[in-house]
Ligand binder design. Structure first.
Ligand code: SAM
Ligand code: SF4
Length: 296
């Protein structure tokens, strides 16, 4: 499927829930968000039908996200159903890793290929501060479990927050030295809670290059990846920089997003949505609605 700019759209991100078991200060309000009723979010069956329509149109990479995807009831079923779709080459999740220890084996056996794990600090107290309620040991255990069952290559996502974790860039980067783990530094986007919370400040990813002048730039393998990759000398893993603020990557965008309520979002910078659940209810052709939306 190509859009009107000739970009090939082959990547779908599905949010399977808005709920989360953490309250990261830049993402969630302290009390969480109101729980939607079961009927208001896509059912497991609806997710499968919609995923199949996208795959029929050429989507071959699907990532499940949230909220926290591992708190979604039926997540294993969702993974199994999507993994079985013919044409799927890559099925991954982005998770905070808290529940991964107990779920890693089952996730792998249902067909999940790999995980991105979000971790903004390596220090227990700071982790508790930024997530408000999290225990960092759960994430470390989750990373170990993911390695053990082969949910690899593992990518660690770190959102850089001024004055909070800019002093840990070197330590986080060192995680790539001994193992094939990628650590990706993400610039904080001024959205949601990040806008409201004054203690949460933006810092440009340029700081990573300043702190780690020894980084070796790597050739871009996948132009649609938002990350630009580097390597520490002799390291096994890579360091990625994702710069949504200081460097736009729209030109190579290959992705669309589906919300937990079934709304298709075509661009992070636009509020426009297409309600695919309505389309499902009215028994119209999902494929043609998706093609129209992508063309627009
Ligand atoms: N709960 C899962 C997790 O934390 O990995 C998946 C959903 S979370 C919204 C996905 C990613 O978005 C996480 O890596 C998180 O750190 C990042 N994120 C959330 N708010 C952000 C913001 N304002 N700017 C940049 N990244 C953000
Ligand atoms: Fe939850 Fe992920 Fe948001 Fe943190 S970043 S509050 S883990 S959804």
């Amino acid at each position: 499927m190509r859009d009107s700019f000739g970009r090939e759209i082959n990547y779908l991100r599905i949010s399977v829930t808005d709920l989360c078991n953490l309250r990261c200060r830049y993402c969630m309000p302290q009390d969480g968000i109101p729980k939607l009723s079961h009927e208001d979010i896509l059912s497991v069956e609806e997710i499968e039908i919609l995923a199949r329509a996208f795959v029929n149109l050429g989507i071959n990479k699907i990532r499940l996200t949230g909220g926290e995807p591992l708190v979604r009831r039926g997540i294993l079923d969702i993974i199994e159903r999507i993994a079985k779709l013919e044409g799927i080459k890559d099925l991954a999740i982005t998770t905070n890793g808290v529940l991964l220890k107990n779920l890693a084996y089952e996730l792998k056996s249902r067909g999940l290929k790999r995980v991105n794990i979000s971790l903004d600090t390596l220090k227990e107290e700071k982790y508790k501060y930024i997530t408000r309620i999290g225990n960092i040991k759960d994430v470390f255990d989750g990373i170990e479990a993911a390695k053990k069952v082969g949910l690899t290559p593992i990518k660690i996502n770190t959102v850089l927050v001024r004055g909070f974790n800019d002093d840990e860039i070197e330590d986080l980067a060192r995680l790539t030295e001994q193992e094939e783990i990628d650590v990706r530094f993400i610039e904080l986007m001024p959205i949601g809670e990040a806008l409201k919370n004054e203690s949460i400040g933006y810092v440009s990813n340029k700081i990573v290059l300043e702190k780690l002048p020894e980084l070796i730039p790597l050739k871009r393998k996948d132009p649609s990846s938002p990350a630009v990759y580097y390597k520490l000398p002799n390291a096994k893993g890579r360091i990625g920089l994702i710069n949504p603020i200081s460097c736009k990557f729209c030109k190579h965008c290959n992705r669309v997003r589906l919300t937990a309520q079934g709304k298709l979002k075509l661009c992070l910078h636009s509020d426009e949505e297409v309600d695919l659940r309505e389309v499902l209810k009215n028994r119209c052709s999902i494929e043609s609605i998706i093609i129209d939306a992508v063309n627009k």
